[in-house]
Design a protein around this ligand. Structure first.
Ligand SMILES: [Zn+2]
Ligand SMILES: [Zn+2]
Length: 364
């Protein structure tokens, strides 16, 4: 059954591919089901991790359901991963067996181009290898993500979970956390910054917590008053209901920075008008084509619109260290692996406060 390790990848005769279990999908219209496959033998710079918790991201659902082009089936998703190191390759020095570690959206890149050298592996000129549904740089096999019992990842892409951090609530930081932390840091959000977070879901709730922890004055902009109440509990200082035209007009030019987490195409003019001089709105949720906007809404008040992806590995580690120091965690609902299909249905209805985490201690 087990294939032999590639020659030269390891000096240890005992290092062989390992049987793995996971949950994945065979086709866009199929539910996830238990699957068996193999994880590769350790390369010299590889780390093997027993997964203890895996977060569920909207991207997982979009990928397995074929909402975006390019899904290779069977597809085993998951890119918010926390676990414990069980083995290391011969050249690994940064991680030791027993360490609590995390893996996010990437597992490899060229590590030689300008972007990789600058710590922005996500923009690797050769394309980073994503944690699932992405061809391996060496053998071309399609990566399989975190809905599994263990994973093998190149050491550089393994993050350290700081001592004292609660590993059960850490997993969603690896995608939802870094996606919101990165733009807040890039644009120097801090004490005195007037920040608005638009949309309260997995991303938005982390945006509120992180911006507040950075010392900003945070306003939640949401369609529903109930979500506004929730936002205050998460740390928002103020709430604007976006359907309240009077409140939106009163908030014109009030903000320095808007974190736009709306996950679908939408008009941005109503939000642009909320930006003050040289204010910036960063889009982190919507990947689909967006409607046009009125040029004057950018030109007048010197406003800018941008986007932001996940951060690189150094910034992801910085985010984990920041969250550990400030005691910041996502709000999570734990499920067992066999509840994942039900969780997807609830995710489609936005029926989660605010992230599902699969607790692997019950087995797969
Ligand atoms: Zn994600
Ligand atoms: Zn690169």
């Amino acid at each position: 059954m087990a294939t032999t390790a590639e020659p030269g990848t390891t000096s240890e005769a005992t290092n062989r591919p390992t049987p793995a279990k996971g949950w994945g999908s065979d086709a866009a219209d199929q539910p996830l089901r238990p699957m068996e496959f193999e994880r590769r033998a350790l390369r010299p710079d590889d780390v093997a991790i027993k997964i203890t918790y895996a977060g569920i991201c909207h991207s997982d659902l979009h990928t397995v359901r074929g909402d975006w082009p390019g899904t290779v089936y069977p597809c085993i998703p998951g890119h918010e991963i926390v676990g414990r190191v069980t083995a290391i390759g011969s050249e690994v020095t940064r991680h030791r067996v027993g360490d609590v570690v995390a893996v996010g959206c990437m597992v490899d890149s060229c590590m030689a181009c300008d972007q990789c050298l600058a710590g922005w592996e996500v923009f690797c000129r050769e394309g980073c290898v994503q944690t699932y549904n992405s061809p391996d740089r060496h053998d071309g096999t399609i990566s399989k993500g975190g809905y599994t019992d263990h994973i093998v990842v190149r050491d550089h892409f393994v993050l350290k979970v700081p001592a004292g951090m609660d590993p059960s609530r850490t997993a969603p930081l690896l995608c939802a956390g870094i996606t919101t932390y990165s733009p807040l840091r890039q644009y120097n959000v801090g004490p005195g910054t007037k920040v608005a977070v638009v949309g309260l879901g997995g991303l938005g709730h982390m945006g509120v917590k992180l911006a507040a922890a950075m010392g900003a004055h945070v306003t939640m902009i949401t369609t529903t008053p109930e979500k506004g109440e929730d936002a205050r509990r998460l740390g928002a200082h103020d709430v604007i209901i976006s359907t309240d035209a009077e409140a939106m007009a009163a908030a014109a030019t009030r903000f320095d920075f808007i974190l736009n987490t709306i996950p679908v195409s939408h008009e941005i003019d109503p939000y642009l008008q909320l930006l003050g001089r040289s204010g910036r709105m960063v889009i982190v949720g919507a990947l689909t084509p967006m409607p046009g906007f009125v040029g004057a809404n950018l030109i007048w008040w010197n406003r800018a619109v941008g986007g932001s992806a996940i951060g690189g590995i150094p910034e992801t580690q910085e985010m984990l260290d920041f969250c550990a120091a400030k005691d910041i965690y996502p709000d999570v609902e734990f499920i067992r692996m066999n509840q994942v299909n039900e969780a997807y249905e609830r995710l489609l209805k936005n029926d989660v406060r605010y992230r599902f985490v699969i607790d692997m201690s019950h087995g797969l």
